[in-house]
Design a protein around this ligand. Structure first.
Ligand code: HEC
Length: 110
């Protein structure tokens, strides 16, 4: 029988810590989400296509505490009049959690 080693306890603590981190991470990469929800047919990271670039959006709302919630709503319900004549259509396929994740990701573009 091996004598008790403090290593066993240390390894167990490290494993449970790693598991907790994996659960806390975003489930889907937001860049892949933007592609799969067709956002990229109208938006590009740095150039205007149909809608404003993600960088322009991040620049406009930087430091605005209400922006994450407001943009998440726009992403799901659509919007108009903030950037020009063209409206953004609603995206009913995007869940609330996905919209919040996309809004945070867009606001993080620099
Ligand atoms: C059919 C083209 C189109 C698609 C698809 C589209 N957008 Fe837009 N988006 C626009 C236009 C046009 C605007 C500018 C609307 C305005 O002037 O208020 C806009 C504006 C935005 C804004 C800024 C809103 C504001 O109030 O300033 C965000 C954020 C955004 N889009 C994110 C997304 C995301 C995320 C997706 C994918 C789920 C998406 N868009 C899909 C055309 C599109």
């Amino acid at each position: 029988m091996p004598r008790f080693s403090p290593w066993y306890g240390t390894v167990a603590v490290m494993l449970s810590f790693a598991g907790g981190c994996a659960l806390a991470a975003d489930p889907v990469d937001p860049a892949r989400l933007a592609a799969s929800r067709a956002c990229l047919s109208c938006h590009a990271p740095a150039a205007r296509i149909v809608g404003p670039s993600f960088k322009e959006i991040a620049d406009r709302y930087r430091g605005d505490a209400k922006a994450p919630a407001a943009l998440a709503r726009t992403i799901r319900q659509g919007g108009k009049g903030h950037w020009g004549q063209l409206p953004m259509p609603a995206n009913p396929r995007v869940t609330e959690a996905e919209a919040a994740q996309l809004a945070r990701w867009i606001l993080d573009r620099k």
